[in-house]
Design a protein around this ligand. Structure first.
Ligand code: ADP
Length: 201
C-alpha cells in the first residue's frame, strides 16, 4: 500500500485547488466527495438501503436520490442524520479503501471535507490541512457555487471548527493569498511526502 496523505479543509478552503496541483505532479487523488456521490447512484445498494430506511420520498421520479429533500429532512432531525450516516459512511469508506489500494503513484492523496469528522484520517499516514479564514471560505464558496451565505455558514457550522482541525493536522497551509501562493507552499511539502513515501517502501 502506498503512502497516503489525507487532505483536509472546510468548504471553500481550497482543497480542490490543492488537489489539482497534486494531480499536476502526477499524484493520484481520491476524492471522498466524488465517492460519496457515486455510492448513492441508482442501482447502488446504498441507495436501496436509504430508500428502505426513510421511504420512497427520498427518490426522484427518475430514480435518483432527492438530495434537497433528504438534506432538509436531516437538517431538521439530528437522529435522521445519524441514521443516514450509518448507511453512507461505511460504504464510502470501503469504496475509498478500494481506490487507495488501486492507486499507482509515489504517494496517494485522499481529499475529504470531513477527513477528521468521519475518521477517514485513520486511513492515512499523514494529514495536511488547507486552512482559510471563515470570511475567505464564504467568499470563495459563494463565488464558486452561487449558494447563499446562510447555506454556506450552515455547512461550516456542521463541520469541525477550524481550530480543532489545526490541532489534528500534521501540516498546515494557509491559503490566504493568490493561487500561486498556495502552490509555492505545496512544493516543499510534496518533496517531503516523496521522501517519506520512499522511506516507507
Ligand atoms: P474546497 O474544495 O476546499 O471546497 P476549492 O478549492 O473549490 O475549495 O476553492 C473554492 C473556490 O475558491 C474555487 O473556485 C477556487 O478556484 C477558489 N480558490 C481557492 N483558493 C484560491 C486562492 N488562493 N485564490 C483565489 N481563488 C481561490
Amino acid at each position: 500500500m502506498s503512502f497516503i496523505l489525507g487532505l483536509a479543509g472546510g468548504i471553500g478552503s481550497g482543497k480542490s485547488a490543492a488537489s489539482q496541483w497534486f494531480e499536476s505532479q502526477n499524484i493520484v487523488v481520491v476524492d471522498a466527495d466524488i465517492v460519496a456521490r457515486e455510492v448513492v447512484m441508482p442501482g447502488q445498494p446504498t441507495l436501496t438501503q436509504i430508500q428502505k430506511t426513510f421511504g420512497d420520498w427520498v427518490l426522484l421520479d427518475n430514480g435518483e436520490l432527492n438530495r434537497r429533500a433528504l438534506r432538509e429532512h436531516i437538517f431538521k432531525e439530528p437522529t435522521a442524520r445519524k441514521a443516514l450516516e450509518s448507511i453512507t459512511h461505511p460504504a464510502i469508506r470501503n469504496n475509498i479503501i478500494q481506490q487507495l489500494n488501486a492507486a499507482q503513484s509515489p504517494y496517494v492523496v485522499l481529499v475529504s471535507p470531513l477527513l477528521f469528522e468521519t475518521n477517514q484520517h485513520e486511513l492515512t499516514n499523514r494529514t495536511l490541512l488547507i486552512d482559510a479564514s471563515e470570511e475567505l471560505q464564504i467568499q470563495r464558496a459563494s463565488q464558486r457555487d452561487g449558494q447563499n451565505i446562510e447555506q454556506i455558514k450552515n455547512i461550516i457550522h456542521v463541520q469541525m471548527p477550524r481550530i480543532e482541525k489545526q490541532k489534528r493536522a500534521n501540516d498546515i497551509v494557509l491559503n490566504d493569498g493568490h493561487l500561486d501562493h498556495l502552490y509555492k507552499q505545496l512544493i516543499p511539502l510534496h518533496e517531503k511526502y516523496l521522501a517519506l513515501s520512499k522511506k516507507q517502501s
